[in-house]
Design a protein around this ligand. Structure first.
Ligand code: GLU
Length: 308
């Protein structure tokens, strides 16, 4: 059997919040329950969305909560040459096609044109994407040619999934017009480079998983197992986000309560007294009692209001 290797891969767009703590704790406990390793990767691919100091803050918070990772922290902004090699490989296998449309131009296109799939033109530039004088806008994105049909994979919590990527996303971007690499490419390349066997993360990424399975096939990379955790949503049903208004976690006094709230959120049924116990005792209890059945089948759940 392949040894278990999990990871937590935050984007440093802000401080951790309850939802990201759920992903960190869930991936950590699942790795430890399998006597596996747990790695951390900072997904700072997109400079405009990276908040200075956020990566250091996230790592300090993980440490403060007692989330101890294995090995060096991987930083995506230092790996552009590796992503370029993956693009070269996909170019050689004719798996990519160029697209000159800006995101806003694509958004204006009718549905059937904005989600083009890989059978047609090398260069995708419908009239709506041309400048007034008929010239192509500068720069082009590289998209993966997506075959028709559904992508099937198993999720350990949500069961068998089949997602039609061609219909829902179409040929998706791997390198943007501004030259930056897309999350989908970097995450697949890095999960393979780090020898990840198990991806445990929020169920908002379920549709991305189908794209990533396709990309693993296109790059000849090994498959991984997936476990999508319930997504923590606010009272309007919207995902908590680091860059949005979600309350940042933290504050030494509140740590035990936050951890216990995460365990409750994940259906682990911690005893109430645990919220007054030292962090070490919470982890001991959580390691011993980790069970996926506590949240199996649950895709989203309201985040509790936890005061720090
Ligand atoms: N970087 C992504 C985020 O912070 C998570 C990616 C993943 O776990 O695959 O939402």
């Amino acid at each position: 059997m392949i040894p278990y290797r999990g990871r937590f891969a935050p984007s440093p767009s802000g401080a951790l919040h309850f939802g990201s703590l759920v992903a960190a704790v869930g991936s950590y406990l699942d790795a430890r329950a399998h006597a596996g390793q747990w790695l951390v990767r900072i997904e700072d691919l997109d400079p405009p969305r990276t908040r200075p100091g956020a990566a250091g803050q996230i790592l300090a918070e993980l440490e403060a909560y007692g989330l101890e990772w294995d090995g060096p922290v991987l930083q995506q902004s230092l790996r552009f040459d590796v992503y370029a090699e993956a693009i070269d490989q996909l170019t050689r296998s004719k798996s990519l096609r160029e697209c000159c449309c800006s995101r806003s131009a694509l958004a204006r296109l009718p549905e059937n044109q904005s989600r083009p799939t890989g059978t047609g033109e090398e260069l995708f530039h419908p009239a709506e994407c041309l400048a007034v004088d008929g010239a192509l806008s500068p720069g082009h994105a590289l998209r993966l040619r997506v075959p028709a049909g559904v992508i099937a994979f198993d999720d350990r919590s949500l069961g068998p999934q089949s997602i039609d990527v061609a219909a829902s996303a179409g040929d998706f971007v791997l390198r943007r017009r501004d030259g930056l690499y897309a999350y989908q490419l970097a995450v697949v390349v890095d999960d393979a480079a780090q020898g990840i066997s198990d991806v445990v993360r929020g169920s908002d990424l379920l549709s991305s998983t189908a794209r990533q399975v396709l990309l693993q096939h296109a790059l000849g990379l090994p498959s991984v197992r997936y476990l999508h955790l319930p997504l923590a949503v606010d009272d309007r049903g919207l995902k908590l986000s680091k860059s949005g208004a979600a309350a940042a976690i933290g504050g030494r006094g509140g740590m035990a309560r936050q951890l216990v709230a995460v365990l409750e959120f994940l259906g682990q049924s911690p005893p109430a007294a645990l919220a007054r116990a030292p962090t070490r005792a919470i982890w001991d209890w959580a390691h011993e009692h980790w069970r996926v059945e506590g949240f199996a089948g649950c895709a989203a759940r309201a985040a509790p209001q936890v005061a720090c």
